[in-house]
Design a protein around this ligand. Structure first.
Ligand code: PLP
Length: 451
């Protein structure tokens, strides 16, 4: 059955519930092919993928070598469970590879099919770890405003946006939200915050006070994205994570890094834990582990946590697709590409290039407050007034990222008053220039009132 573009769009409207798309929306962009950073839709229109899908696609689209690996593995063993004492070759190879790449002592892997499942598992692991060690009172989870941790109930409860909670209540109890690190918005930290150091001082004071309020013996873990992605690409001051780690250690509280976005080269290292020189107890990963070729997630778990989880009957939760042979085979091939093509170094270099392009093409515009980046995570924060940093009012009918896509074919994303870019790590300089130029073309016409 070959359907034409109009019929596909009609059937999509009739049958698919898309996340975050109102029923009144008529437009559909139906992608058919991808190669490198380019995508093509059913109308034959070409796009530049400056978001890497949803913050992934590290190695770019259309790699037939990964397709071949999936094909071979599927012919050999498409699936068997990893429950109990069953295992498979590829899951074992990938786990030992991840243990090598991750900072010590993160030597254990728990597989999932994606980031949301991973966050649920991490929160449950943290509570269960304390339970197994005789501290069942440790149930509280510290999270932060502006956080995004996927869409399970644990992750939605830890999320720092009302959107993920309104209408879904009751949420998981015993979650407490702290202020996010967002050095551009010094107003969040009182009148005194002038330097990144002041921001960290404020946040560490708040963390200590919150721990005292809840009682350290009642707190299981703090969960955080090392760099907040959905919240608008918020980069903490360099001393934030090391100091948070030190406070949590003093109180026996686990640190969970949600690296669903930041792992596997996005920030120029295998993990943002290495970028921030901070070793958490658990790292949640997904997305870039396969560059999106098939769904997979992996938690990297510290020796001490694994030891507690593996006592008695072991860790009592599993997903049908834990350690899926095809997904883990594709992940191994994806990591090979990242390594052989030097994509960690490339993310740092190309991220700096794209940052410089954005800065030079957009920096002077009235509606651009700040360009910020780490590796291939970049954001352009939009403001109504450069001096007061008041956020740009956005017209839902004319969101800048939609206008950019329609007018130029460059796909960027809107995140909390910032335009966010997270392109494939293989992006070329010409493509980086094209992306920056597309943003400029639209933003130079955008007035401080958002029109
Ligand atoms: N955690 C973070 C930080 C994310 O950005 C995302 C997705 O964007 C998730 C978790 C959820 O991952 P998934 O959509 O694979 O369930």
């Amino acid at each position: 059955m070959t359907l034409d573009a109009a019929e596909l769009a009609r059937l999509d409207r009739a049958h698919i519930i898309h996340p975050y798309l109102p029923g009144t929306a008529t437009e559909r962009v139906v992608m058919t092919e991808g190669a490198g950073c380019r995508l093509t839709d059913t109308e034959g229109r070409s796009y530049l993928d400056a978001t890497g899908g949803l913050w992934l696609a590290q190695i770019g689209h259309g790699r037939t070598d990964l397709a071949d690996v999936a094909h071979e593995q599927m012919k050999k063993l498409e699936y068997f469970t990893s429950f109990w004492d069953f295992s498979n070759e590829r899951a074992i190879e990938l786990a030992s590879r991840l243990a090598e790449l991750a900072p010590d002592p993160l030597n254990h892997v728990y597989y999932t099919s994606g980031g949301s499942e991973g966050v649920e598992a991490a929160i449950k692991m943290a509570r269960y770890y304390h339970h197994r060690r005789g501290e069942s009172s440790r149930t509280w989870i510290l999270a932060r405003s502006k956080a995004y941790h996927g869409v399970g109930y644990g992750g939605s409860s830890a999320a720092g946006f009302p959107l993920y909670q309104e209408g879904f209540a009751p949420m998981v109890p015993h979650v407490s939200h702290l202020t996010p690190p967002w050095p551009y918005r010094t107003e969040l930290y009182g009148d005194q915050a002038a330097t990144p150091q002041d921001v960290t001082d404020f946040l560490i004071r708040e963390l200590e006070e919150r721990i005292a309020e809840i009682g350290p013996g009642n707190i299981a873990a703090m969960v955080g994205e090392p760099i907040m992605g959905v919240g608008g690409m918020l980069v903490p001051p360099a001393d934030y994570w090391p100091r948070v780690r030190e406070v949590l250690d003093r109180h026996g509280i686990l640190l969970i890094f949600d690296e669903v976005v930041t792992a596997y080269g996005r920030v120029g290292e295998w993990f943002a834990a290495q970028y921030f020189d901070t070793t958490p107890d658990i790292i949640v990963t997904a997305k870039g582990i396969t560059s999106g070729y098939v769904p997979l997630g992996a938690l990297l778990v510290g020796d001490h946590v694994a030891e507690a989880l593996l006592r008695e009957q072991g860790f009592p939760m599993g997903y049908t697709y834990n350690g899926h042979p095809v997904a883990t085979a594709v992940a191994l091939a994806n990591l090979d590409v990242i390594e052989k093509e030097g994509l960690l170094a490339r993310a740092t270099a190309m991220g700096a290039f794209l940052h410089a392009e954005l800065q030079s093409q957009l920096g002077e515009l009235e509606v651009v407050g700040e360009v910020r980046s780490v590796g291939m995570m970049l954001a352009v924060e939009l403001v109504a007034d450069k001096a007061t940093r008041e956020p740009l009012p956005l017209d839902p009918e004319r969101m800048p990222h939609d206008v950019i896509r329609r007018e130029t074919g460059v796909i960027v994303r809107d995140s909390a008053h910032s335009l966010v870019l997270s392109p494939p790590l293989i992006m070329t300089e010409a493509e980086a220039k094209e992306a920056a130029g597309a943003l400029r073309g639209v933003l130079e016409r955008t007035e401080p009132n958002g029109r």
